[in-house]
Each structure stands twice: as C-alpha cells, then as structure tokens.
Design a protein around this ligand. Structure first.
Ligand code: SF4
Length: 433
C-alpha cells in the first residue's frame, strides 16, 4: 500500500498583500511544514510505503498516484485542502484528512473526505489504515483521550528534508517538547486540539529529533508557552532539554532558530533560566503579543504600567543577548483606533529590531470563534482568509476596513526607516510574512 501525504498550500501575508514586498526590506521565508505529517508517518507500519508532497511548492495533480491520500492541514490551508479532496475523489481516489481544521470543524471537512481523523492522529491512524486495507473505511476516527506521549516515536522529518528543492529549503523545522495547555486564552486552539493537560514529549524522543535535524543540517524551531509553566513538571522538562542542547557540540546559532512564547512570559522567568536558554545556544525569542492581558492592555488601552512591562520584556531579551523577534497583533476587542500608534510607539521605545504584524483571527474551535459566531460578527468564512492577514470579522471598536488599513500601515511605517535590513546577511534579514 502506498500512502501519499499531502501538505496543502495556503496564503502567506505577502501573498494576500503583494504590496508588502515593496515596503518590507526583508526576505520572505518559506518555512517547513508543521509536524503533523511527520508524526503520523512515524507511526505508520513499515510495510506501508509513504511519500510526501508539499502543495505549496508544486500544486498537487492527479499525476501523483497512490492508494490513499492523507492531507493534514490547519485553517488557512482548508480552502485548498477541500479543493484537493474534491479533485481527487472526482477521479475515484480515496482521501483522508487530519490536523487542526478537521479536528475543529469535522462536519465541514467530513463532507469532502472519505474519512477524517478528529484529535491527535497517532492513536487511530493504524486502525484507519487497517480498515482501508479491508475496504471498510469509517467516515470518522476520533482520538477521544489525549495520546500517551510515552508511545510517541520521533517525527519523520526526513520525509520533509528529502522533498526539499530549490523552491523550498527551510533552515529549520518545528520541534515539539510538550503538548496541551490548561489555560483558556480566547484566541488559541491548543487546549481544544491537544487537550487541557500539559503532556511532556519524552526526553529521548526530543534528543533523537534534535539529532536527526542536526544530521540534516537543520535548526529546530520551538513555539510553546507551556514549556515555561512552573507546574506539571514542564519547566523542569524544559531545563533538561536545554541541558541536552547545551551538550550538543554544534556552535551557537546552529541548533535552534528560535524559542517562541507569549512576550510577557519573559518577565516571569528567573534570570538563571534565561541564562540557561542563552547557554544552550538559543539566540532568538519569537515573542507573541496580543494574546495575553499585558500586551492587550498596553496596546489596546494604553495602560502605562502594562506598556512599561511590554517594553521591559524586550529589554530583558537584549540584556541576555537574545534577539527579540516580536509578532504584534491588532484587532482585539480592547483595540480602538489608537492601537496602531501605540504599537509603533512601543517598537521605538523598546528598540524592536524586526517584527511582524498580524490581524486578530477567530480560528474555528477557539473561544473567540464561538463568541463572535454567537454575536453574528463573523462575515467571511473563506478559510484561506484565516491567515492573520485579513479581517474576517466585525471588530468591536473600529470598522473592518480601518483594521486592515491600520495593519498595512504598521508594516509600512515600521520598515520605512529600516531599509538597511536589505543589506544584512540572509538569517538577519529573513522573516515570515
Ligand atoms: S496561548 Fe499559550 S498559554 Fe494561552 S491557551 Fe494557547 S498555549 Fe496556552
């Protein structure tokens, strides 16, 4: 049996707004696929042949033949994924799906696929394959309990690396050291797609994943607030991971591309932990703003204390020699039209060297999605517009047009005096947008 895994394409910021390419003096970075396919490929029995196709690089056609097509996608890629499923099924091919969108919108996805996986796929994938082999595929396979990570093999990132080409050769691939979150941030899907309990990826799995990336000459990208939590053993687990990373003989800057978390989290870390992060060779934080009360109050309400703390978060990164790469979100319920000026003021005061801007997006399954749906404020359900670069809902304190205009103005205004970035070496001038 041959399973063809497919990562469907989606629009990035510069594709939604090509004018950004004119005003942002940075290279547009096409990152690696998310970990979903690599994780499912890793639990696939060895007698099943697996192949990987990245639809972002080369649109999938019917020439790519397989017994079964397996698509994994999040909301921005759902428009294309549903289109691909329709195309393949019209040609008599069997197509299944998993990932965040099928988990959160099973009725929508289920109408286009022969079968969908709801929840983490590792626990049900082999049952699906077995049923498919017997010609008895069920319409839905659901992982109701969080998957036991003790049973998790290292992800098959080698599939991604083998598929690289001149059009796609990422410097990094994602690496996961925990799953799930007990918190309830209104714009985040993690507690609903991965469960509310923090579960830790076994140390040996992370070490093997790191070593596989090292052999391929790749960095690891890590984004997870949960690893910083002082409960559930998460922070201790992070410290063990950092120690392993420190022992990795590669020079600093050649192990991890960034460590991502909510920006004010930086203020809650004791200096020894930040030092351990630096000692592990991590040179860049990816700091997400707009999900937490501090940055919401700072940028949305102009709260001076919150603004000080936001600025202090960035300064703290500088003090430890770690580059603060911020992701600044607009369109929260607390944001009035003053948010754009306040964010620009913040970038100046905090000396933010490089940043990206994003528009609040009510992703299906999040508390915000349910709230805005309930209030009749979601006016666009073209899933490809759910990419943080379009306004798909009616904002509370301004028009949708003003929000979009403000977002584009932020890109233009922030980068207008940073043309020198175009002269910097590749890694320094590259951002995802
Ligand atoms: S944004 Fe971070 S802290 Fe909040 S629910 Fe999501 S993973 Fe948890």
């Amino acid at each position: 049996m041959k399973v063809q895994f497919v990562y469907p394409s989606f629009e990035r910021h510069a594709q939604s707004h090509p004018e950004l390419l004119e005003c942002v003096p940075c290279n547009e970075y096409l990152g690696g696929p998310s970990l979903g396919i690599a994780s499912i490929a890793a639990v696939t029995p060895p007698d099943v042949q697996v192949a990987f196709h990245d639809d972002r690089v080369k649109p999938l056609t019917l020439d790519v033949e397989a017994d079964l097509y397996a698509l994994s996608f999040f909301t921005p890629a759902a428009t294309r994924a549903l289109e691909l499923a329709d195309m393949l099924r019209a040609a008599g091919r069997k197509v299944v799906a998993g990932g965040i969108f099928p988990t959160m919108m099973p009725e929508v996805a289920g109408a286009h696929f022969d079968s969908i996986v709801v929840g983490e796929g590792e626990g049900v994938w082999n049952a699906l394959l077995s049923d498919f082999g017997k010609g008895a595929l069920k319409p839905r396979y659901e992982q109701t309990e969080p998957f036991d990570l003790e049973k998790l093999p290292p992800p098959r990132v080698d599939l991604y690396v083998e598929a690289e080409s001149a059009a796609l050769h990422p410097d990094d691939y994602p690496l996961q050291i925990s799953r799930g979150c007990p918190l309830n941030c209104d714009a985040c899907v993690v507690p609903y797609s991965m469960g509310k309990k923090v579960r830790l990826v076994p140390r040996e799995v992370s070490k093997t994943a790191l070593s596989d990336l090292a052999k391929a000459g790749k960095l690891a990208a890590i984004t997870e607030d949960t690893s910083f939590f002082a409960f559930s053993g998460a922070r201790r687990h992070l410290r063990t991971f950092l120690a392993d990373l420190k022992n990795d003989p590669r020079p600093r800057g050649q192990k991890i591309s960034y460590l991502g978390c909510s920006m004010p989290m930086i203020l809650s870390l004791d200096p020894t932990l930040i030092q351990e992060i630096s000692d592990a060779g991590i040179d860049r934080f990816y700091l997400v703003c707009g999900f937490d009360p501090i940055t919401r109050n700072a940028f949305g309400k102009g709260d001076p204390d919150a603004m000080d703390r936001a600025i202090r978060s960035v300064q703290r990164c500088h003090e430890f020699g770690i580059e603060p790469y911020t992701s600044l979100l607009v369109g929260n319920e607390t944001d009035d039209e003053g948010v754009f000026d306040r964010i620009l003021e913040f970038t100046v005061k905090a000396k933010v060297p490089k940043t990206e801007f994003a528009i609040f997006t009510p992703y299906p399954g999040t508390p915000s999605w349910h709230q805005l749906e309930g209030e009749g404020r979601i006016f666009d359900k073209a899933w490809k517009h759910y990419n943080d670069a379009n306004v798909v809902f009616k904002p509370k304190q301004m028009s949708a047009e003003r929000l979009l205009d403000g977002y584009l103005t932020l890109w233009r205004e922030f980068y207008k005096d940073k043309l020198h970035l175009a002269e910097m070496e590749q890694g320094q001038r590259t951002i995802q947008f």
